[in-house]
Structure formats: structure tokens, C-alpha cells
Ligand binder design. Structure first.
Ligand SMILES: [Zn+2]
Length: 131
């Protein structure tokens, strides 16, 4: 059972082909104070049971700071993260407030040009993951 808007995992069971969706119980935190990028990434592991064949899977969840990546250990299966809270756009009212505060007096312009980069990086990592 997955509540709408909750970060969740989605993948297809390699044994029975059932599409499995599971709410992420623990979103790993990204340590912004860590010295090195590798030390800053957060990890969590979650056990997911297939509703079709009762196969148990250990899913590794990584917070890269830009997005969540999920990985099924040694299984060659791509796990999607739905409603990623790290990579999610901010609420629209916050964006509008940001625009009102910054755009009229900011000659450097577009606050969105930087926002695109983590998401793009995330998509690239995600694509690598899928291979
Ligand atoms: Zn299954």
C-alpha cells in the first residue's frame, strides 16, 4: 500500500513479473557537513517482499544530495524512486515567493538555471543505473 505523495520504490519482480511498489520507510539523510562527497551520501537498506511470489528483496537506497537512487543489490533490475523528496520541485508558492523576492532586484536573473543541474545529474546517474 502506497500513499500518494510518499517517496516509494517501484520495480518489476524478476521471478513472477509482478510490479512491486513499496513506500520508502527511511529516507537516508545527506550529510552536508561531511568533508568528502562520498562521506556525505546517505544510505539505507529496506527489505521488500513481492506480493506475487513472496520473494524478499534487499533494496539499497542512496541519497546523493541531488536525488535518491535505489538499487537491488546483485539483481540486475532497475528500481525507480517515485516522488523523490530530494529531487522534487519545491512547492509552487515557495517558488513564486522566491521570484517575488529576488527577480526584480537581481540582475543575474534566473534562479532556475542552477536548479536544473542536480536534476540533470540525477537523471544521468539514474540512466547509468538502468544499464
Ligand atoms: Zn514476485
Amino acid at each position: 500500500m502506497v500513499e500518494s505523495g510518499q517517496p516509494s520504490l517501484e520495480f518489476v519482480c524478476p521471478r513472477c513479473g509482478v510490479s512491486i511498489t513499496e513506500t520508502i520507510e527511511e529516507v537516508p539523510s545527506y550529510d552536508v557537513l561531511a568533508d568528502r562527497e562520498s562521506g556525505a551520501q546517505g544510505y539505507a537498506e529496506q527489505s521488500v517482499t513481492c506480493p506475487g511470489c513472496d520473494q524478499k528483496f534487499a533494496v539499497d537506497i542512496t541519497n546523493t544530495g541531488a536525488c535518491l537512487l535505489a538499487d537491488l543489490g546483485n539483481e540486475n533490475i532497475h528500481v525507480s524512486v517515485i516522488d523523490d523528496p530530494i529531487n522534487a520541485p519545491e512547492d509552487s508558492w515557495e517558488v513564486e515567493a522566491y521570484q517575488r523576492e529576488n527577480l526584480p532586484t537581481d540582475p543575474w536573473g534566473n534562479p532556475y538555471q542552477y536548479r536544473d543541474e542536480p536534476a540533470g545529474e540525477c537523471a544521468r546517474l539514474d540512466a547509468q543505473h538502468a544499464q
